[in-house]
Design a protein around this ligand. Structure first.
Ligand SMILES: *Cc1c(COP(=O)(O)O)cnc(C)c1O
Length: 451
């Protein structure tokens, strides 16, 4: 019997959800044994469920939250905005929040990326960047440049264009027939360093593979797309900043655009506001989403260089970028983003995070020292490690076991395979970090015991 019929008389929120809500990234049948948690409210780093239990949001609700849930400043900004303008279309119209946000983001790139194009979800921003790249080359008389190079293990979203440059078999397989193949370059994963090899050496090896593809398909590659510094969905796979610098040089040498997908790594997550800053280069197109609205509202954007923008600037309407979404540049979402940027400026968030990152590492020491833990790594406010589990079946079920053990200990974590990671809201304090370290350690011990 399926869940839709057997809980017909159950009026709990979870039962109603299972009857009517199709949850994302979920085999719904799993919920027969592990039902979803009904969240009633949230404050700061804590989520509170309808049973009165709480969970420390150690993954910022899928990497979106920066300054805590129901943040007083963002709440107040949204209330103010609600009384002024909730939405107006952005084609033919404009408004203060979208203008101010574009100006401020542009300034954060030193005006290297001075033109902001808006959408709602991360995947839409990736679609826009891919389309902009191909269309810019077409407008420049190089319509043959319409293929992409992506990086092994990379993730750029689930819509058809974004999925085509995503190297996650589990997400791709069923849709392979719909996807236009991209060229996949070797991973710069720092864990691949051989004895005597530095992380920069690994990056150099991976760059040689990109160069091979650019040479082999000379004149056909529109862009290389990369998640700078950390391939998050791949399992917090980190690389040396020299890799991004090298990509910039290779793209320049071979006449391809560089697209930086900073949807997860942007907004201070890696230590700098944009991850690319640590490589000392700017891409031609930069995608931003997730944290930009403080984790409040769906907002994404693509920041474009002057030369990309100029490639479309013409009397001919067909040479323009005609892409649009209904909620493009939504004023409420932009206002949440503006308040997010204001918090960065007023509270010196980047400096605070820089000082806090070692505190987070320290709090994770007891877990890091377990004999089965490997590759403890950190980039800014992303901490990760891998656990070694020899039995394949036990390894496959580890993420579910750990998530359940963690939930029992008031923690929200979501391991990726045998990678355990933390991506906490920036408002996590030292005391909470140490509590988190202890609880996660205990949860891992319990989850490992069952292997
Ligand atoms: C989450 C993510 C996306 C997709 O964003 P959605 O809002 O989920 O569509 C794309 N790229 C990266 C690097 C991401 O982490």
């Amino acid at each position: 019997m399926n869940t839709a019929t057997h809980c017909d008389t159950d009026t709990s929120l979870v039962a109603r959800s299972l009857r009517s809500v199709w949850h994302p990234c979920t085999q719904m049948r799993r919920h027969e044994s592990a039902p979803p948690i009904a969240i009633a409210q949230a404050h700061g780093v804590w989520l509170h469920d309808s049973q009165g239990r709480r969970y420390l949001d150690a993954i910022s609700s899928w990497w979106v939250n920066l300054f805590g849930h129901t943040n007083a400043r963002i709440n107040a900004a949204l209330v103010d905005q609600l009384g002024k303008l909730e939405h107006a279309m952005l084609a033919g119209f404009t408004h203060e929040p979208v203008v101010a946000l574009s100006e401020q983001l542009s300034a954060l790139t030193g005006h290297a990326l001075g033109h902001c194009f808006y959408a709602s979800d991360g995947a839409s921003a990736v679609e826009i960047a891919l389309k902009m790249s191909v269309h810019a080359w077409r407008n420049a008389g190089q319509a043959d440049k319409n293929q992409f190079i992506c990086i092994a293990g990379g993730y750029h979203g689930e819509t058809v264009g974004a999925l085509a440059v995503t190297d996650t078999p589990l997400f791709r397989q069923a849709y392979e027939a719909m996807l236009r193949p991209a060229h996949i370059a070797a991973s710069p994963d720092a864990r691949q360093a051989q004895p005597g090899e530095s992380v920069a050496d690994v990056a150099a090896r991976a760059l040689a593979d990109v160069e091979r593809l650019l040479t082999q398909h000379e004149g056909r590659i529109a862009a290389v797309i990369v998640e700078p510094l950390v391939q998050c969905a791949a399992g917090m796979v980190m690389h040396d900043p020299s890799y991004v610098r090298g990509l910039r040089a290779l793209c320049d040498a071979h006449g391809a655009h560089l697209i930086a997908d900073e949807i997860a790594v942007g907004c201070g997550r890696t230590g700098s506001f944009f991850a690319c800053e640590q490589a000392g280069v700017w891409p031609d197109l930069l995608c931003l989403s997730k944290g930009i609205s403080g984790g409040y509202l769906p907002l994404s954007l693509v920041m474009a260089s002057e030369s990309i923008y100029q490639a479309f600037y013409d009397d001919d309407v067909r040479r323009g970028f005609l892409h649009s979404h209904s909620y493009t540049g939504n004023p409420l979402a932009c206002r949440a983003a503006l308040e997010t940027l204001a918090i960065f400026a007023d509270e010196d968030v980047l400096a605070r995070n820089l000082a806090f990152a070692p505190v987070l590492a320290q709090a994770m020491q007891p877990l890091a020292q377990e004999p089965y833990v490997r590759h403890v790594r950190q980039t800014g406010m992303i901490w990760a490690c891998d656990v070694v589990i020899d039995d394949a079946q036990a390894a496959a079920t580890f993420p579910r076991r750990l998530a359940a053990e963690a939930a029992r200990r008031e923690l929200l974590v979501r391991p990726i395979g045998t990678t355990i990671y933390l991506m906490p809201p920036y408002v996590l304090n030292a005391q909470q970090a140490h509590w988190l370290g202890q609880q996660l350690h205990q949860a891992v011990l319990a989850a490992m015991e069952a292997t």
